[in-house]
Design a protein around this ligand. Sequence first.
Ligand SMILES: Cc1ncc(COP(=O)(O)O)c(C=O)c1O
Length: 365
Amino acid sequence: MAVPLVDLKAHSQQLKQELANAVLSALESTQFINGPAVAAFEGQLAEYTESEHAVGCASGTDALYLALRSLGIGPGSEVITTPFTFVATAEAIARCGATPVFADIDSQTYNIDPENVRTAITSRTRAILPVHLFGQAADMDPLMALARLHGLSVIEDGAQSLGGKYKGRPLGGIGDAGCLSFFPSKTIGGAGDGGAVIVKDAQAAQMVRTIRDHGAVKKYYSETHGLNSRLDTVQAAYLRVKLRHLDAFIQQRNQVARWYDAALQGLPIVRPTVTEGCLHAFGYYTVQVQNRERVQQVLNQHGIGNAVYYPYSLHCQPVFGDLGYKPGDFPVSEHAQEHVLSLPMYPELTQDQVREIADALKKAV
Ligand SMILES: Cc1ncc(COP(=O)(O)O)c(C=O)c1O
């Protein structure tokens, strides 16, 4: 039987009635922009991430831009980030007029290595932007210590990790700002695009609100360049329901990961690690294999969803060509791009399905 990479139908089925009621009530209110569900969701999110403020916006991509701008990142600033991530992470830095500076990743976690961040700091560095890739926490303690030592901001890209924890602390709520995505396949996905910025500082939170609404400090009076990046009321209503169930989803994802770990044992496949003291959100279950093309062929023949996140490190992509990097500059990231393979992962995946995926992988490797 075919197994999709993500099964949004199975996922929304169990919450169908709750979601329908929430959406219907938002629709009936006709307060489509800044309706009461938006503030309610923001409050719920701030509480969930143990933070002072949460501000909804139109996407995870915008959340990164808004967070950076609210912390004063602009032309002349350097922001250190990972080359092994979705393009939006570094794109947001460039969109602010700042310069992305890449630092290679740790081979176990695929996350930025604090030691490489340390050596990349210059007099122009203003922020560090770690990504909790695949739902696994970046090593926040040394990153925060470096930031404090050098007077830098820390912005977490938590697009893949809401629900995960680092030493008991919710991901997205540790740095000066955290950026979330509610793209439908994320750990809590909307019925469309959506995002949020988690912020500690009240002034930064106000700045996010101002920039997301055309830079306006009062009606039709703009103080700074902004954009239209609000979270729709209907989305917020839908997401409120999902957020209430997030902890259960994360437990289910961890159960699926344990089934995978057991089923893949003994095969020449590098399984994901879980950093001690951390709760992996398992947005993705990503392994490494030697002959990836052949493995993908076999999985495709069996109708098993799979994907490569990410086949090109950012420093090797034309969009960042003007930064002057070249292949070979970040060998750990480049090794990962050749070998990673993400397998089906969603809370409703069954043990039988995991066995079926493992059987196909056995044939392939
Ligand atoms: C690591 C990372 N950052 C940022 C984003 C951007 O989020 P969105 O698609 O909501 O704009 C994504 C989304 O895929 C992501 O995976």
